[in-house]
Design a protein around this ligand. Sequence first.
Ligand SMILES: Nc1nc2c(c(=O)[nH]1)N[C@H]1C(S)=C(S)[C@@H](COP(=O)(O)O)O[C@H]1N2
Ligand SMILES: [Mo]
Length: 374
Amino acid sequence: MVTTSTLVRFRGRLHDPRTATAIGRWLGAGIAVCFLTGLISHGLQTPPGWLAPHLPTRPVWLYRVTQGLHVATGIAVVPLLLAKLWTVYPRLFVRPPVRSVRHALERLSIAVLVSAALLEVFLGLMNVSQWYPWPFSFRKVHWALAWVLAGSLLLHLAVKAPVIAAHWRRAPADADARDRRSLLLGVGAAVATVTVTTVGQTLTPLRGVTLLAPRHPGHHQQGLPVNRTAAQAGIRPAAVAADAWRLRVAGPRGFERSLAALNAEPQHAASLPIACVEGWSANADWAGVRLRDLLDRAGAPEDAFVRVVSLQSGGAFSVMEMPPPYARDPLTLLALRLNGEVLSPDHGFPARVIAPGRPGVWQTKWVTRIEVLE
Ligand SMILES: Nc1nc2c(c(=O)[nH]1)N[C@H]1C(S)=C(S)[C@@H](COP(=O)(O)O)O[C@H]1N2
Ligand SMILES: [Mo]
């Protein structure tokens, strides 16, 4: 039986299990959505070998939705996490700090849970604001911490199951009911505010109120944000001059094309989004040469992986590998035009890749070479 003494009365108002359960429900739901969409986004960006040949290219907005939801729930979790910590913080400073081995283990698991949650959300926010002061790979640490967080959260839920069960349902109003309702309304308003002022970076109807998001879709050039400019990527104007640039396709029957020759080939149009891992996304109209037409000409087998090399030297996005489902998709283009205009230098002139359902990081700009892999 759960008694008041085993639950430990929190000191002060609203530091009680009922409030903690009420906020915890929403926090748990937010973390669950964030975790699951993170798994999908991660699988789309860096698929394990067995998955790569089977990645879906439809719906074309798949990554746009998974990553948009991932960032939106990650941001919504911030006020919930702070409110939850505020509710339970007297318990984090109990005296004596350790009563038994069991108590010590429970506190240790809470320490792991709280630090993993805070660090995970903080790292994500820093990434969203494009601030990378750390020396480690953001993606690897964010990925590993997600599993630590998921594991310690499941353990926490198991340990607290009796308390959660006792406070899950609406109970007769206690002395703090009104204050609790005010607190929950306040937290809800905070969640709504941070969501409404950021989600417009991916949800087009809310663009007008995108006050807090670091990227506003539709600003910058040709109706699309620019993450890294040609100058930042070290692209020399001479190397992309229309008469100097060549596309080289390496394969069983490799060949070279000038920009004029590519423009003379059959052109195809595709309406596809660019969805950045940092949470912004926007749809655009692209036109150019089908990648699969180039691959067929080079004698590439249907199931070949493809490597795309940018004129950018160095940096994580200068070389990209594309699994066959994207390489063979009729919507995957070596794009020469964006929203009816020749690509601007910052959008990848003369040629860039655009593929359906793929993370923005793999939509390589300033393409110079396409290699058919063994
Ligand atoms: N060569 C190269 N291609 C690149 C990048 C880059 O840094 N270098 N950035 C990628 C990222 S992270 C995104 S989100 C998209 C953004 O495309 P845009 O700048 O045309 O909107 O380009 C991708 N292609
Ligand atoms: Mo990106």
